[in-house]
Design a protein around this ligand. Sequence first.
Ligand SMILES: Cc1ncc(COP(=O)(O)O)c(C=O)c1O
Length: 462
Amino acid sequence: MGIREENRRLEELDKKYIWHPFTQMKEWREETPVIISEGRGCFIKDIYGRWYLDGVSSLWVNIFGHRKKEIDEAIKDQIDKIAHSTLLGLSNVPAVKLAEKLMQVLNSSFIPSSLAKVFYSDNGSTAVEVGLKMAFQYWKHKSVDGRNAFVSLKNGYHGDTIGAVSVGGVDIFHEVFGPLLFKTYKAPSPYCYRCELERKCSDCGLACLGEMDKILYAHSGEIAGLIIEPMIQAAGGMITSPPGYLKGVRELCSKYNILMIADEVATGFGRTGKMFACEHEQVVPDIMCLSKGITGGYMPLAVTLATDDIYNAFLGEFQELKTFFHGHSYTGNSLACAAAVACLELFDKERVLENIREKIAILGRWLQEILGRPHVGDVRQAGLMAGVELVRDKKTKEPYDRADKMGWKVACRARDNGVFIRPLGNVIVIMPPLSISGQNLGKLLDVTASAIMDVTEKGGSS
Ligand SMILES: Cc1ncc(COP(=O)(O)O)c(C=O)c1O
């Protein structure tokens, strides 16, 4: 069979068998799927040999580009030893080394870090499930009754498992599952561009924090924990929080004796310009969820960090059943942990946090420029994470209809020009690997700007 026939066969097989995530399969089947066969640096290549700049880090996971020598080698070395053994009743060398490395990283970031215990799982959603269950069970062990609910934010996104959806706040993803979800109190999103309290950002005095205070005041006896994406609500639309907001949330959690769960699944590992987003406001949460970038975008792995106080509450005699009854088949997978150790070592070796400063500045300047376009309503940035919100009418902030699929049209146009991006509704997301060169960042931004202008100003579609 020739290469063309084999490629066609793969396309047909994809359409016949694969149910893609977050994808309307009716539309998918009407188009030709792009099937990736290779990657190198910031680029991915499809089966026809076309290269695309990976503008969203393969869904926000990739840090050092594809086929990074050190991570490739760490996985190959580990595979010559063992790929996987269970963490239930056994330990393994890479899992132990990664825990040590994580502590070093945390201690050089948070001063001093009280997040001293590492619980492994496989992905961002499970890291969140673990955090929620830990918080919930913690109060039982402390003999505090009634703390059966959580506080989360509108526009928050914490994953797709049922616990994570319960604390989610993106209606189009989460509403349909309503009857399955547990009780949460929803605090306003710090979405200054579309403030639900109808306040002006410049003089609001963080009114959304005031609303959160009211919820906590009224219900603190029912609340086990508060979960938040620090500094930026990512999947909810790249919504950055105003200065002082995160610190204010920490203060409220302390005031009402509620566990603060920081979901750093998207923001962790340098994305916001610091190793962890909590560092921007010197906040130390009680529980922290990490995943995505932890392996440099190579392997599924997640970590839920907890304080000694939380961990200690689970200590007891066997028959007391204080054990944390949670675990997954692949928890602490050796290959994934080896990849993560290599990834974290590279942060120091390549001085990643220093080297991204200039790129963050370039992205910031580009955002200010694109804000001048007639259909760009707002731009938001946290480090190398950015969102460009497209609007039908800039004066009134009227959004495009969902059916207009403006975000998609922009992404398709960019893809035709060799850049892969994936929008969130009307928000164009830019989140390249941290290792992207200045030149490739320039290409990503040029192509995206042209796509935005073509689609919103000239009515171009793909
Ligand atoms: C903040 C946040 N939490 C949790 C998740 C869920 O992670 P995963 O898709 O690995 O389950 C995501 C995914 O985008 C996320 O952005």
